[in-house]
Design a protein around this ligand. Structure first.
Ligand code: 9WN
Length: 493
């Protein structure tokens, strides 16, 4: 007889300990931290129900009131694309809270309309929300457990009064908002978010495209969301480091071998310091800054975001927003299509010398999100992530498995990340590549079942790495478990 729950077999675990946390039974996976090598271990059955409970507890545990921190220990503020993905997890637990997540994210925008990569948390109590929180935040002491904290970025404030960074991140919010709207339509709340997101996209298409190439210029590796991806090494190494000593905070909670090097950090911080010195004049930085690149991942996400915002505006009877967004989508998509390589993949460009950066990485996989990508280009990505250079049993690799710089434990230089795998699956599914999408989703869940709610995973063993209790891993797990249950005709747990 079929059990009412699906037993999930957790492979490669040495130990699963069950301990009481709050009032609910809590399964703490400790196998990944105690194991010394990536060798197969004992097989322990874990229930789908337990994985869901763990994911829900992580999301709730990272809730800072109106937004979700990526990880309490490592990233104690609101991050841009993390928050957009967290909304998808909240959609499975509490749809009103999911809308709040997107509203707080939009509230982080600056006066130019840019939604920054970080909106900083301060010591204002979590239960204080809305405008009052914004006002108190401007006077309260910033929470300084992250480098670079608010002081590094100059006196920059969001429209809701929080301290913010001077750079942005992949614009996933409109796409996540569409997914949320499809499941839990709330016309009033979505209508209020249309214009802030339109303005952010406009900022990317105008201020960040001073030469009119059709794609936004990224001015810092952090903007790609894939910070130390190998493709950024060449442009980043042109930046003369002006910061000599770096007191790293990230390596207090995560093994240094799994994080960017000090040499990367000296340059990351140099770029921040220079941006702050010139008051974050965005067009100038996009035109003459020390680091300037085009990223097919960021551009593909933007093209998709414009498309999804146009769809939402259409639903709500906002034809001008729809038309502008459609034009934005076509502009970015045309630019991407035009620069596909002979193998069908689209690669990053270093704008300081106009050279293509000959690296095959997660950025090329994310380009599959571009609406209207040619069939050959789509097929190239599908092959890349299912059997090619980025394929692995635990999801899409961040870097070509044959690249000489590949490092299975180091951050964006090898490990598999839940968001990349999920976005690749979603992009392929939209284009009818159903088998590819299904197998990527199964890999994503296999990584979580064996490695825990971690930030990233060793692609060949599934070992969990980086920050613990990581929000987007939990959020996407919740979404996929619910989608799987719905496909099997079961009620959500
Ligand atoms: C810098 C929060 C963020 C993610 C990025 C990831 C990492 C920050 C860092 O963490 O970047 O923004 O300090 O390493 O690379 O994708 O949004 O989870």
């Amino acid at each position: 007889m079929r059990p009412s729950w699906d037993p999930i077999t957790v492979k490669r675990m040495d130990l699963i300990s069950i301990s009481a946390r709050a009032s609910t039974p809590w399964a703490t996976i400790v196998g990944d931290s105690t194991r010394k090598e990536d060798t197969p271990g004992e097989v322990v059955p874990l229930l789908a129900h337990d994985v869901r409970a763990m994911a829900a507890a992580v999301l709730r545990g990272n809730d800072n009131g109106g937004y979700t921190v990526p990880s309490r220990a490592t990233y104690p503020h609101q991050w841009n694309w993390d928050s957009a993905l967290a909304a998808l997890g909240w959609a499975e637990l509490d749809s009103a809270r999911a809308w709040t997540e997107l509203e707080t994210l939009a509230g982080a925008r600056d006066r130019q309309g840019m939604i920054p990569h970080i909106a900083f948390h301060t010591r204002v109590p979590d239960r204080v929300n809305g405008r009052l929180r914004g006002m108190l935040t401007t006077v309260a002491a910033p929470y300084a457990r992250y480098l670079p904290g608010p002081r590094w970025w100059g006196k920059r404030f969001s429209v809701d009064g929080r301290r913010i960074s001077g750079i942005t991140q992949p614009p996933l919010a409109a796409t996540c908002m569409r997914l949320l709207f499809e499941a839990h339509a709330d016309e009033e709340r979505v209508r209020a978010l249309l214009r802030p997101l339109l303005c952010w996209h406009r900022f990317l298409l105008e201020e960040r495209d001073p030469r009119g190439t059709g794609e936004p210029v990224l001015i810092h590796p952090w903007e790609s969301g894939r910070d130390n991806a190998v493709e950024w090494d060449t442009p980043l190494w042109r930046v003369m480091p002006e910061v000599t000593v770096v007191h790293r905070r990230d390596t207090h909670s995560v093994d240094a071998a799994e994080r960017p090097s000090d040499e990367h950090y000296r340059r990351y911080l140099t770029l921040v310091r220079r941006g702050t010195e010139i008051g974050w004049r965005q067009t100038r930085l996009a035109r003459t800054g020390a680091f300037r690149v085009l990223d097919p991942g960021f551009s593909g996400i933007l093209a998709r975001a414009c498309h999804d915002l146009a769809w939402l505006a259409e639903q709500l009877g906002e034809p001008q927003i729809a038309a502008e967004s459609d034009r934005g989508c076509e502009r970015v998509a045309a630019a991407l299509r035009a620069r596909a390589d002979s193998d069908g993949l689209i690669r990053p460009v270093d704008l300081t010398d106009e050279s293509t950066l000959e690296v095959t990485s997660a950025g090329s996989a994310l380009a599959a999100l571009t609406p209207g990508l040619g069939d050959d280009q789509l097929r190239a990505v599908s092959e890349l992530v299912t059997s090619g250079a980025l394929a692995s049993p635990y999801g899409v690799r961040s870097l070509d498995r044959d690249h000489p710089e590949r490092s299975p434990r180091n951050y964006w230089r090898g490990p598999a990340w839940t968001n990349i795998t999920w976005l690749s699956a979603w992009a392929l599914e939209r284009r009818g590549e159903l088998d590819a999408a299904e197998s990527l989703r199964a890999q994503m869940l296999a990584a979580v079942e064996g490695g825990g709610m971690r930030e990233y995973f060793v692609p060949d063993s599934g070992r969990g790495l980086g920050a613990r209790d990581f929000a987007w891993t939990a959020a996407l797990t919740l979404r996929e478990l619910a989608a799987g249950a719905a496909a099997r005709g079961e009620a959500a747990a």
